[in-house]
Structures are given as structure tokens and as C-alpha cells.
Design a protein around this ligand. Sequence first.
Ligand code: KIV
Ligand code: NA
Length: 264
Amino acid sequence: MKTTLSTLKKMKQDGAKIAMLTCYDASFATLLDEAGVDILLVGDSLGNVIQGHSTTLPVTVDDMVYHTKAVVRGTQKALVLADLPFASYQASHIQAYENAARLMAAGAEMVKIEGGAVMVDTVDFLVQRGIPVCAHIGLQPQSVHVYGGYKVQGKTETEADILKRDALALQAAGAAMVLMEMVPASVAAEVTESLWVPTIGIGAGVQVDGQVLVLHDMLGVYPGKKARFVKNFMGGGVTSIQGAVEAYVKSVKALSFPTEEHSF
Ligand code: KIV
Ligand code: NA
């Protein structure tokens, strides 16, 4: 049966963990789908792992549409989520709507945007017009030059309070899911507890409703520096990509990934 928003909400209610991975093409989409990955994220991380850029900033809506179409063709069951890239939604609600609509027409079933309180009105605008939105808070890679590097967010009490408030405001605006990147595990746990929509973590500890990793990171094929929250699932006797993805899904569902060594 096709995974939908209702499936994800029910999973949160039942305490069943959501396994998500990034995916950029049809062949991997089929492999991930058959291995039981619940959500395929066509992430703008394709700027890094597919295009070879050092940030996600050069990724265009055309790039996202191309990869979304490929992933959708290879997917039967998983929900396909696509990122709105840098400078495709920040300027106005109308800009956000027009570009989100292109991703939806390409077959995405939800779009993801980076930003906390500043994106509340945009989320409301999109959701009211039929586009499910995942809000991405904590570390927002499209803002890397504001931070001056990829750093843990929400470490001080003030920052953590803002994060918690933003998550509630985004949910109230209609966000269907909240993704938290590189935030202290304790903060992510509090946010997860306070929301009725599912939360997804990356570098956010184990007490969230689901996990995501960049596919190339968890297969150990990305040449860049490995972040603390990454685990290479190709190790430990696993000899196939399919085996690694199945091990990831199993670990997420069993709460055996991430452990403290992958958390902040
Ligand atoms: O683009 C991406 O891969 C992402 C994940 C890191 C969540 O947004
Ligand atoms: Na992204």
C-alpha cells in the first residue's frame, strides 16, 4: 500500500519509526522502496553528492524537477518528498507556490523548505493551496554562510527555546512534518514530544519519530569529511547496497541508530 501523510501520522501515533533516505535517481528509488524506506527525499544535497558543489546553493528548481521525476518513476510505495532549493521560495509566497507546484507536478507528494518562524506564513500559504510541507529547522544548509560553517544549532537555552517555539508555530501553520538537523538530542526529544505531526532527525538523536541520512554518506561513497551523525552501513559484514539499506531501515525501526556517538 502506498505510503501517504495518513500513514506517517499513524506511525507516529503507534510509535513506529519512520525510515527516510535521500534519493536522486530511478534505480536507487526502486532499491530503497523495496528495502522498506518509508520516505525518499529528493534532497538539494544533490548539489554536493551528485553535482560536486561544496554547498547546496547552486542547485536550481530545474535540477530538482529532473531528479524528482526520475525518483518518482522508480517508486511504488514510498512517499516522495522534494526540497525547494536556495532562492526558490524565500522571496515571496507566490514564488514559493509557483516553484512548489513545479515539484508537485513532477510527482513529489510533499515539499521541504528550510526556516523557522520566518517561514510560518509561507507554510500556511502553501498548505492552504493544497501543497503538503515539511519544515526543516535547526541547521539549515542553505544558510551556511550566515552560520560560517555547518554547526550544531539550539545549543543555548535561548536557541533551544526559539527552536521549540518555531516547531509549534510551523505545525500550527499546517506543516505536515518537521525535520531537525544537527540539534542536541534533548532538544529534539522535547520538540517531538510537543508535536502531533511526525519529526525526522539527522544529527538530532534517537528520540524523534524518524531518521534521515544522505544516501551517499550511509553507503560510504561520499569522499568529503564524514559528519558525526553519519554511519556507514556498508560496514560490518554487509556486502551489498541492498543489505546496507535494509540494515539502515532495521536500525531506525529498532532505535539502534543513531546512538550517542552519532548525536549531540
Ligand atoms: O538535502 C538533504 O539531503 C537534506 C537532508 C540533509 C535532510 O535536506
Ligand atoms: Na536539503
